[in-house]
Ligand binder design. Structure first.
Ligand SMILES: [Zn+2]
Length: 138
């Protein structure tokens, strides 16, 4: 893990297929992370979902401001898809925020093996005008 590798996985901000997704991407472009909340049962989703998985009601976007999390789980990918094969090995991690919401992203700056419970900080990375990504930093 000592070797630093750039990872460019993220969102193309001009590729929204629904108004809900366009709203999510417009905010992400401004480094605002949005969660969604079910208008009926209150369940929250991160990344946001347009429809509640539990009751199928509509969800609304609201800003999610937490940035500090703890490593909940991870996988070290030794053989990735072809587009990422030159990045392997890389780490895909689930971070859990104090609110209990979890988010999956790469950890890009590990200098030693990841450990469950270690602190993570969410960071945004603009790849170009139309691409943005978020990642975990340790
Ligand atoms: Zn619901």
């Amino acid at each position: 893990m000592a070797e630093e590798k750039e990872l460019y996985l993220g969102y193309a901000t001009d590729k929204a297929v629904t108004p809900f997704m366009a709203d999510w991407l417009r905010n992400l472009e401004q480094e605002k992370l949005m969660k969604s909340k079910c208008t009926s049962c209150g369940t929250e989703y991160l990344p946001p979902r347009q429809h509640c998985q539990k009751c199928l009601s509509i969800c609304e976007l609201t800003e999610f401001t937490e940035r500090e999390a703890k490593l909940y789980s991870y996988v070290i990918v030794d053989f990735g898809p072809e587009s990422l094969s030159d990045k392997a090995p890389y780490v895909v991690a689930i971070g859990e925020f104090p609110s209990g919401l979890r988010l999956t992203a790469h950890i890009t700056n590990l200098m030693s093996p990841p450990e469950v419970g270690m602190p993570l900080k969410l960071a945004f990375e603009k790849i170009d005008d139309k691409k943005i990504s978020y990642k975990w930093l340790v």
